[in-house]
Design a protein around this ligand. Structure first.
Ligand SMILES: [Zn+2]
Length: 488
């Protein structure tokens, strides 16, 4: 392995085309209210996709050469299909009395797809200890009225649900003091988005549906019993009931785009380095635009500038030896969907994909670094390839001079950031990846994630690290070696 610490003057020359001013210009557009929070599959995301495509054309980047993956529509977009589920399709019907979403009940995801007639439920008290009775396929009642305030209740329920999912329970009904109070305290999105079936996401087996029910409504459902009466019974008691849980899925199709800026390499053009950042965000809620300037406007504008730098290098005879695919992806905020789709339907073979460098939020400073030198978190760099880790360190030492913080790279990181951005979809397929990140802040997924709070000097310094790491990966003689097996 050759890691001679020598500065590459052409790398520096083309890195100079990445400027604070251009980062600001692009971010001013993408993080403006006109882009409506760039919601996946919606108009704002489409506008952002069109803006990115135009910028790549302006930078002289040609469309992906044919024959390309048939899903690529015009050489710049990889389109994929999504399904949007409007929340609120599950209710309960007890002899014509309808228990409705947000009034009598609520839930956080919809597993149930068809009606379920319920003639008995298994009462499990607060669910702390599961009795030794079979729970598979059955409807469970939990008493959540003594589990504390909403945050405490939510964390207890998530623990209970782990066990009940393992036991294969069909539905878990949880009685709580007040559904309307709870609905005000928790975030309940109006819809959820997933990849359409056949879009590559492995079909997930049916899993347990949890429904939170107002205590008074629960007592109605329990007929002759009530939560108070049942509190004196043992866990595992079977209680006769008579109602139907109704499922009226309200879905409609959406289409979203990954944008492709492909700079073909020279003597090693069949191999490629992928550089990703998600350009979607969470849209508009209650009339408020979530601009997502940091998340992930910053990553998006940085990879635009990186694409332009490589395109200029190529135009002036210093093109990368390996190909570069700069790919702003969408659907990240809905569950890494765009990168998931790409990794299941790669436009360029994953076997030839040397690495993925992914940027997600690199424009601010988190509380842990209030008074520290310029820094960046790097996550995952050493998990699949020690050379990747070393090259990132080398690029940093020679060209960026950042403090590299690996706090979130620990296997036991409670935030699980390694699994939470688009690089993971490459890593899970065995492609060495780095996730560049500057940490969460008080505006994370809030309307205040605006451009005024972006530190462009830092953003620029961090961009240099990613560019030079990509430059070395693309131009060195040997492809980096994968020397650690992917974790299951
Ligand atoms: Zn993000």
């Amino acid at each position: 392995m050759s890691l001679c610490a020598q500065v590459d003057s052409s790398a520096i020359r083309f890195a100079a085309t990445i400027t604070e001013a251009e980062l600001r210009t692009h971010l001013t557009v993408l993080a403006s209210d006109a882009f409506m929070g760039r919601d996946t599959g919606k108009e704002g995301q489409k506008m952002a996709a069109a803006y990115l495509k135009k910028a790549f054309i302006d930078a002289g980047i040609p469309p992906v050469p044919a024959p390309f993956d048939s899903a690529v529509t015009d050489g710049y977009f990889q389109q994929y299909e999504l399904i949007e589920d409007q929340v609120g399709g599950i209710g309960i019907d007890q002899a014509g009395r309808i228990f409705a979403y947000k009034e009598d009940l609520l839930y956080f995801n919809e597993q149930l797809q068809t009606d379920l007639a319920v003639r008995e439920v298994v009462y499990l008290g607060n669910g702390e200890k599961l009795p030794k009775v079979p729970l598979g396929g059955r409807v469970i009642v939990l008493d959540g009225t003594t589990m504390g305030d909403t945050p405490a209740l939510m964390s207890r329920l998530s623990e209970r649900m782990q066990d009940l999912r393992k036991a294969d329970a069909a539905v878990v009904l949880v009685g709580v003091p007040s559904v309307s109070a709870m609905a005000n305290e928790v975030h309940l999105p109006a819809s959820r988005v997933r990849l359409a079936s056949g879009s590559g996401k492995e079909s997930t087996p049916p899993t347990t549906q949890m429904i939170v029910i107002d205590g008074a409504s629960m007592d109605e459902l329990l007929g002759a019993n009530s939560l108070a009466k049942l509190a004196r019974k043992r866990a595992g008691k079977v209680v006769p009931v008579d109602f139907t849980i109704t499922a009226r899925p309200n879905t409609h199709p959406l289409v979203a785009e990954n944008v492709l800026a492909f700079i073909e390499g020279s003597d090693k053009k069949d191999e490629l380095v992928v550089i990703t950042a998600h350009y979607d965000h969470i849209g508009v809620e209650n009339g408020v635009v979530y601009n997502g300037a940091d998340d992930d406007g910053t990553g998006t504008v940085v990879i635009m500038e990186i694409a332009e730098a490589f395109a200029k290098a190529k135009a002036e005879g210093h093109g990368p030896r390996r190909s570069i695919l700069v790919m702003p992806v969408s659907g990240e905020e809905k569950g890494l969907l765009g990168s998931r789709y790409y990794s299941d339907h790669p436009v360029f073979p994953l076997e030839n994909t040397v690495a993925d460098l992914n940027i997600d939020m690199i424009g601010r400073v988190d509380t842990a670094h209030r008074n520290s030198a310029p820094y960046i978190y790097i996550i995952g760099s050493d998990r699949l390839s020690r050379e990747l880790h070393a090259i990132n360190g080398q690029a940093n030492m020679l060209y960026a001079g950042l403090e590299l913080d690996e706090a979130f790279n620990r296997e036991d990181d409670p935030n699980r950031f390694y699994y939470r951005s688009d690089h993971y979809n490459f890593a899970r397929k065995g492609v060495p990846s780095i996730f560049y990140f500057s940490g969460v802040h008080e505006d994370y997924h809030q309307p205040g994630d605006d451009i005024e709070k972006i530190q462009f000097d830092l953003l620029h310094q961090r961009a240099l690290l990613v560019f030079h790491t990509a430059w070395i990966l693309a131009n060195r003689d040997q492809r980096i070696v994968v020397d650690k097996p992917p974790k299951p």
